[in-house]
Ligand binder design. Structure first.
Ligand code: CTP
Ligand code: MG
Length: 245
């Protein structure tokens, strides 16, 4: 029996408000395939991932009655175990998926490794997944893909910029996957719920309970598509073959 079992949670239950489209941004298409499709294809082709759960808002979920045109997903994906209903916040969505993973992995005696990934980072190179998993397998810690900050970051007050400049070499941008063992993620998320803590990413909940977190290099191809400009850029980069790695 394998010592590890790997799960990917793909988050697609947001509303994509900043994208200003008339539907969830995860259903928008690049090269004829939805962002969700693009993301699932990458994870399902990655042999290092055993199982995948996708989190979606109930109204976006593909149903058997849907016509070809409305179906969000154009293919069956290896390892895709199912769709989980999303929650109000990203954190709620992750929690719902963690519970589904817990059920699915019940009885497995080895380490259950969970990679939580923003579906909006749909062009993730497989090397990023590889780096996250290697670090996670090497020791019991959490792992996050990060990028250095290249711009100067300055705090802003209500009326003006503050003099305070954040030292750039002490800052990192958090990407996803953010990953850890299932048991510690469940513990951290349950505690956050009890204590009414809402965080914008998963690592925040692990840091607050003092769990060790390691960083690995993310990738600029792993950008999050947030605004219409990001989408336009992604169309151009896709055409130029930038994401073919
Ligand atoms: N997400 C989710 N459930 C939520 C909120 C967000 O699964 N309740 C997912 C999104 O689908 C996205 C990822 O979390 O893939 C990162 O969130 P973000 O980029 O902020 O997406 P949205 O919340 O959809 O966008 P916006 O904040 O502009 O509404
Ligand atoms: Mg959001």
């Amino acid at each position: 029996m394998s010592e590890f079992r790997t799960y990917a949670i793909i988050l697609a239950a947001g509303r994509g408000e900043r994208m200003q489209a008339d539907q969830n941004k995860m259903l928008l298409k690049i090269a004829g395939r939805s962002l969700l499709d693009q993301c699932l294809e990458r994870f399902s082709k990655n042999e290092a991932i055993d199982h995948i759960f996708t989190v979606m808002a109930a109204e976006d979920m593909p149903s058997p009655e849907e016509t070809e045109q409305n179906i969000a997903l154009s293919a069956d994906y290896r390892g895709l175990e199912g769709f989980i209903a999303g929650g109000k916040t990203r954190q709620d969505s992750v929690f719902n998926a963690l519970q589904a993973v817990e059920k699915h992995a019940a009885g497995f005696k080895g380490r259950v490794l969970v990679l939580i990934h923003d579906g909006a980072r749909c062009f993730i190179p497989s090397a990023v997944v590889g780096r996250v998993l290697s670090a996670l397998k090497a020791e019991r810690c959490a792992v996050v893909a990060t990028l250095p900050v290249t711009d100067t970051i300055r705090q802003v007050g209500q009326f003006a910029l503050k003099e305070l400049e954040m030292p750039r070499d002490e800052l990192l941008q958090m990407q996803t996957p953010q990953a850890a063992d299932l048991d510690i993620l469940l513990h951290a998320f349950k505690l956050a719920r009890e204590e009414r803590i809402q965080a914008t990413d998963d690592i925040a909940l692990l840091l607050r309970i003092g769990y060790p977190v390691r960083t690995v290099s993310g990738d600029s191809r792993n950008l999050k598509l947030t605004s219409p400009d990001d989408l336009e850029l992604a169309h151009l980069l896709y055409k130029a073959g930038y994401f073919n790695v």
